[in-house]
Design a protein. Sequence first.
Lengths: 112, 112
Amino acid sequence: SQTIHQWPATLVQPVGSPLSLECTVEGTSNPNLYWYRQAAGRGLQLLFYSVGIGQISSEVPQNLSASRPQDRQFILSSKKLLLSDSGFYLCAWSGTGEETQYFGPGTRLLVL
Amino acid sequence: AQSVTQPDIHITVSEGASLELRCNYSYGATPYLFWYVQSPGQGLQLLLKYFSGDTLVQGIKGFEAEFKRSQSSFNLRKPSVHWSDAAEYFCAVSGATNKLIFGTGTLLAVQP
């Protein structure tokens, strides 16, 4: 069966520091991968999605970037964190040509 | 523009009572519709989905949802709520682009 992992689970970082969040999927090949952010009291916003290695689409302009160095690995990064980057970051995957997305456990990021 | 509206931000029901969570969508073509549940600090779990066919769909944990095209709605129901159902519920829509658009969520509290 397929599983999706995210780490770290929780992260507290100072403003201006770099960020790297990792997401990996097991049990499937060539998945579509997604990064979402969930701010307090708000819904989920799609940040990036990827249909293959090195292929990244950005949905909203922001302080973050994403990379997909391997088929089942998706990384969310920032060079310098802002206070507004705080939130709950969720990674998701879907099968090629499939609509249903499956979510990881999330990473809670607090920028102080 | 595509959108999802969940008009109830917060709902409280008594354990054993019936539940209906509302969801309205705006989408130009035939939508794919989803309900997800999120326990505090956790990722999203898929409850059920509608792609086509029978407009009443059954999901996990005793939930069901009915697609009503004339009302652009996809309401979630459960005949008897359990204390473990307390969580936040998200309705989402997607189309050919595989991008999920979420509502802002409904937080369900269950009274003993």
